[in-house]
Ligand binder design. Structure first.
Ligand SMILES: Cc1cc2nc3c(=O)[nH]c(=O)nc-3n(C[C@H](O)[C@H](O)[C@H](O)COP(=O)(O)O)c2cc1C
Length: 202
């Protein structure tokens, strides 16, 4: 089966989660593509935000085009929180996918969403759930992160991870990178989504 990871990242947190998701999809035996959603913030502003340098770490990955949505059986979307919703970069991407929508190109395919936020309760769950609305309009079969992932039960340390999808907490200064529980959640989720796609399409 074929799995694509579509991610947007300003400071690299969702990039790390997307890399882990790619590992998880490969664990399921999927052919994997890791694609970054195009930036819409001007370079000057990115420099002022301290994001320009961070984005160089994954600048060599291919940019996603909306036609890349046609290829995978399973799509993993890495969507960091912006005010409790998806970032404008992702909204812009989906707003350019009208032809994909009217062609029905994604109907019946599997989709799953991961997120990140600065604070512990800063909108990861709302970001995942509201992104799922767009994905349902596109006809995807939505998959979450089931409780068979044992890391849901971890309460001894700060951690993301929701039943709706894997997540990480960056800290308000962005200094916290995804820990092993969050990375394994991303792997587990992508493997799970890929295996379901395998049952539907292979
Ligand atoms: C414009 C903007 C809005 C944000 N809104 C929120 C928010 O509502 N709640 C929150 O906890 N973090 C918020 N953050 C922090 C980001 O979610 C956090 O930096 C991001 O998840 C880190 O992932 P990334 O490095 O992959 O972009 C915001 C960041 C920016 C730049």
């Amino acid at each position: 089966m074929k799995t694509a990871i579509f991610f947007y990242s300003t400071y690299g947190h969702m990039y790390k989660m997307a890399q882990a998701a790619a590992e998880g999809a490969a664990r399921a035996g999927a052919e994997v593509r890791l694609l970054r959603i195009p930036e819409v913030i001007p370079e000057e502003t990115l420099k002022q935000m301290g994001a320009y340098e961070a984005q160089q770490a994954f600048a060599d990955l291919p940019l996603a085009t909306v036609d890349d949505l046609r290829w995978p059986d399973a799509a993993v979307f890495g969507v960091p929180t912006r005010y409790g919703n998806m970032p404008g970069q992702f909204r812009n991407f989906f707003d350019r996918a009208g032809k994909i929508w009217t062609d029905g190109a994604t109907i019946g395919k599997v989709a799953t969403v991961m997120s990140s936020s600065g604070t512990q309760h800063g909108g990861q769950e709302t970001t995942i759930l509201t992104t799922q609305i767009t994905l349902m309009h596109l006809g995807y079969v939505i998959v979450g992160l089931p409780y068979s992932y044992q890391g849901h039960s971890k309460i001894d340390a700060v951690s993301g991870v929701t039943p709706y999808g894997a997540s990480t907490i960056a800290g308000t200064d962005g200094s916290r990178m995804p820990d092993e529980n969050e990375l394994e959640a991303a792997r587990f989720q992508a493997e799970h989504a890929s295996r379901i796609a395998g049952k539907l399409f292979d």
